[in-house]
Design a protein around this ligand. Structure first.
Ligand code: SAM
Length: 246
């Protein structure tokens, strides 16, 4: 039977499309895309004109049987999202899971991914990290989620949108405190690519002072908690003092 290729596309700079992705997108029988109009433009630029199917959060379940039928007929299918790697804060999980369970071949065609691009150039520790996707839209849910990771020593990575970045930074100040190191990576691979690395309180002030820095696509990374962080030093000192008392 056929193969489902999970194909990464660029996150801004079109030159980041790999040779392998180009070849596949020009030769598969079907391209399943998050937004067919958006992806059609990419395909046209490659001189490709395959048949297309939309696959987004609201119809993913229903598309599975259709795609499975095509694979069983020996056809090959490429799954792409609007930008970057499919399934990473993008549709496709239900499909990939169902096809694997049914014994189909699912083949990754790696390429751009915003979280990896951001982390790799951030200067924050990369040995251990947690990808948290998008935070909840409402402040209560957002703070709860942040509370769950405040003790973590691994670098924490978040996707964020321009209209929520200030609210998120305010909630992060409440939960992490103003001294926690963060890095905001904006407009990766594009003309106005920017990395801002500084303590949380300073980043908030910098974005207030220059609202241009609140714009565009962004990845927000928070350094993991260190043993020497002040909030942790206190309980340790207290325990040590108590151990000295008779
Ligand atoms: N699948 C994509 C990937 O592999 O990174 C992510 C899709 S998610 C719907 C879109 C979010 O990814 C944006 O809101 C932003 O947080 C992040 N993102 C995508 N492209 C970016 C870029 N060029 N610079 C910074 N962040 C980006």
């Amino acid at each position: 039977s056929g193969v489902l290729y999970v194909v990464a596309t660029p996150i801004g700079n079109l030159a980041d499309l790999t040779e392998r992705a180009k070849d596949l997108l020009s030769s598969v029988d079907l391209v399943a895309a998050e937004d067919t109009r958006h992806t059609r433009k990419l395909l046209v630029s490659l001189g490709a004109n395959p048949s297309m199917l939309s696959l987004h959060d609201h119809n993913e379940q229903g598309r599975i049987a259709q795609i499975q039928t095509r694979l069983q007929a020996g056809e090959s299918v490429a799954l792409v999202s609007d930008a970057g790697t499919p399934l990473i804060s993008d549709p496709g999980f239900t499909l990939v899971r169902a096809l694997r369970d049914a014994g189909h071949r699912v083949v990754p065609v790696p390429g751009a991914c915003a979280l990896i691009a951001a982390l790799s150039a951030s200067g924050l520790p990369t040995d251990r990290f947690t990808f948290n996707g998008f935070l909840p839209a409402k402040s209560k849910g957002r703070r709860d989620r942040l509370q769950q990771v405040v003790q973590e020593s691994a670098t924490q990575i978040f996707y964020e949108s321009p209209h929520r970045i200030m609210d998120t930074l305010d909630d992060m100040m409440t939960v992490f405190g103003e001294h926690r190191d963060v890095c905001l990576a904006r407009e990766l691979t594009k003309t106005f690519e920017t990395f801002l690395s500084m303590p949380l309180g300073e980043l908030r002030d910098a974005l207030v002072a220059d609202s241009n820095q609140q714009r565009g696509e962004m990845v927000l990374m928070v350094a993991g908690r260190r043993e020497t962080d002040l909030d942790q030093a206190w309980p340790q000192a207290q325990a040590w003092l108590e151990s000295l008392m008779p």
